[in-house]
Design a protein around this ligand. Structure first.
Ligand SMILES: [Mn+2]
Length: 360
């Protein structure tokens, strides 16, 4: 695919090492007769773990999830809560707009399609062999949201400078309560569903919303906003945030490009805005950018350009929901900031499912 961006040497990863305290751990209802291993531990139990102990723990969780024998059996509630505690602590410590070096592979929506996530890694290389930036929407719709978000979280914890996870609009509680994730937790961890769901919500609220690759490629889940005036607006976005209506955060998570319009208009989704090609051109010029990469919409080939190749939509869930025959793709950004695409054709049968799930 054509190179659309140019080289820039000022690549830097700006993750702070400062780790602020997060908090996790709600006492279980005492009437529940949980075994010691299954009982969620208190915050002090997590914070007492050394970095070395956490590393061994995360490596074990990666192997457990990849073993595909069924996450409900492989990961206890306690282990999930410990991962969420570590994830929240890491996201709080990092910049609101993550600044990433190339090369990196940028992925769009995955939506609980765990088998397809594994196909993406088989194609692109499992972390840390390749660097990744995911643009959100890990949960809802598909049947294996827990595997998708927890595997990605484990990789983030183990290789924090090789994989970056942005938040999508489905990482918002009012959405994932209604579109599958809350129900999946309820079915698979019924006894601890409330506390697990609440900890996911708190972690999602502190995930970063934007990334910039090589100072030239701006990335987010949804799109642009009339409230966006400088890159510092993105660096200074509030955290935690529930991305309320009529806010910059909401537009970053929800907005869509729209042909045949100029400027911003209310979105046909009934939330946020849509924006014309002129908005993309102006932002690229004003912010000195070559390309905007976003996700959020199903596109037939897995990627689709807009605004004279100044914006591209990436979608990484092939055969979406079992109802579309779309391909998925990854946007491959080379060290010299050249852009190409790896395509996943829709598979009839979702590969490597952890449990006996009927083909979509
Ligand atoms: Mn979305």
């Amino acid at each position: 695919m054509t190179a659309v961006v140019q080289k820039n040497s000022k690549h830097r990863i700006s993750d702070s090492k400062d780790v602020k305290d997060g908090k996790v751990g709600k006492e279980k209802n005492s009437k529940e007769d949980a075994s010691l291993d299954e009982r969620p531990v208190r915050e002090k139990d997590y914070t007492a773990c050394s970095e070395a102990e956490n590393k061994v723990f995360v490596e074990k969780m990666i192997l457990n999830i990849l073993s595909c024998k069924g996450l409900s059996k492989q990961l206890s509630s306690n282990e999930i809560l410990r991962l969420l505690f570590l994830g929240k602590r890491l996201f709080i410590s990092q910049a609101r707009m993550v600044e990433i070096e190339a090369p990196v592979r940028i992925c769009g929506d995955t939506h609980g399609q765990y088998g397809d996530l594994i196909r993406l890694f088989h194609k692109g290389g499992f972390p840390p062999k390749s660097n990744y930036l995911f643009l959100g929407d890990y949960v809802d719709r598909g049947r294996h949201s827990l595997e998708v978000i927890l595997l990605l979280l484990c990789y983030k914890l183990r290789f924090e400078r090789n994989i970056f996870l942005l938040r999508g609009n489905h990482e918002c509680a009012h959405i994932n309560f209604a579109y599958g994730f809350r129900d999946e937790i309820g079915h698979r961890k019924p006894r601890d569903a409330c506390v697990i769901y609440n900890e996911f919500k708190e972690m999602f609220n502190v995930m970063p919303l934007t990334a910039i690759v090589g100072s030239r490629i701006l990335c987010m889940h949804g799109g642009l906003s009339p409230r966006l005036n400088t890159l510092d607006d993105l660096r200074k976005m509030p955290s935690p945030t529930e991305a309320a209506t009529d806010s910059l955060e909401m537009d970053i998570l929800w907005a869509d490009p729209m042909n045949d319009q100029t400027g911003f208009k209310p979105s046909l989704r009934g939330a946020s805005v849509s924006f014309g090609p002129d908005v993309v051109s102006k932002i690229c010029k004003d912010f000195d950018l070559d390309l905007i990469v976003r996700a959020h919409q199903v596109v037939q080939d897995g990627f689709e350009f807009f605004a004279n190749r100044r914006l591209v939509t990436i979608f990484s869930a092939p055969h979406y929901c079992g109802q579309f025959d779309n391909s998925g793709s990854m946007c491959v950004v080379s060290e010299g900031l050249e852009v190409s695409f790896d395509i996943l054709r829709p598979a009839k049968i979702e590969a490597q499912l952890p449990r006996g799930v009927t083909p979509k």
